[in-house]
Design a protein around this ligand. Sequence first.
Ligand SMILES: Nc1ncnc2c1ncn2[C@@H]1O[C@H](COP(=O)(O)OP(=O)(O)OP(=O)(O)O)[C@@H](O)[C@H]1O
Ligand SMILES: [Mg+2]
Length: 316
Amino acid sequence: MKKYDILALGELNVDLLLNHIAGFPEIGKEIFARDMTLTLGSSTAIFAANAATLGSRVSFVGMIGKDSFGDVVKSSLQARHIDVSNLIEAESAATGLTAILNYDNDRANVTYPGAMSIMGVKDIKPEVISQARHVHVSSVFLQETLHRELMEIVRLVKDCGATLSMDVQFDPEEEWEFDYEKILPMVDVFMPNEQELMAITRKDSVGEAVDAILPFINVAVVKMGTRGSLLVTREGRRLMPAMLNNNVVDAIGAGDSFDAGFISAYVAGKDLEYCQWLGNLTGAVNTTAAGGTGAFASKEAVIEAARYNFGQTLVL
Ligand SMILES: Nc1ncnc2c1ncn2[C@@H]1O[C@H](COP(=O)(O)OP(=O)(O)OP(=O)(O)O)[C@@H](O)[C@H]1O
Ligand SMILES: [Mg+2]
């Protein structure tokens, strides 16, 4: 019996969210944002928080600074029932921060990566990985050292006997350096969105991009926003339409919430169709409240949001 169902591995930062902004920022000018929130950020943290709410036992291996934003990260994770005993406090870097300028369905982000950019394979203890049934890695391009050492980290996870899921997220440098032929055979569930998949495979359509990764994947699930998700295995492809939300509050973290739903079902041993359904549902539920974790305050809140907004019966 392993101690954790899921170990989230990677970036931790705080998000400074600016809403109701009067136009777009311009050099040499100043504009107002009429609403501001400081909250736990990072794709991996949203994933971890929401997977814990859905009932998984979650721990986190990530790097923060010895500063007040680090304390915000730690207490926010604890408030979401995530084990923080495996967090690493960097001596030489501050906790990362993302400033998010939110405009309806989309946003412009500026990230100071800080401590999260220096975590590498030497910081990750095999005895910690061995305590987890499953490891989830996200935002591979945002984390400089993790990106450079990704092959070694993936190998370490597999050597420790855990299953592995990976969400690449956006590449701020837009270089999209990702050796999918070598990495994907070791990834049990690959979870990019359609733009990311086309970028890493250098293809112009999702169909061609899926063809390119097919020989190397175990399971892949491609997130397609309001069009839902595409599950891909060697046996076939299934497009599952989104559960449309006509009153989107914001779409921040929809992809991470999708990952949390899919993976919490996966580690519970559910079949892939259920995993995809729960991913679509938690992605949709995410859009009913502010930020990536707003709709995931408790199991009961998720169940009620699923019923009220989408007419879905969820048993957790
Ligand atoms: N407006 C919406 N209404 C209903 N469901 C949605 C909506 N937006 C997203 N979803 C669901 O959430 C899933 C993930 O969202 P999306 O495709 O935007 O992921 P992503 O691009 O990885 O997002 P992120 O920017 O959070 O990384 C979708 O596959 C879909 O099922
Ligand atoms: Mg995403």
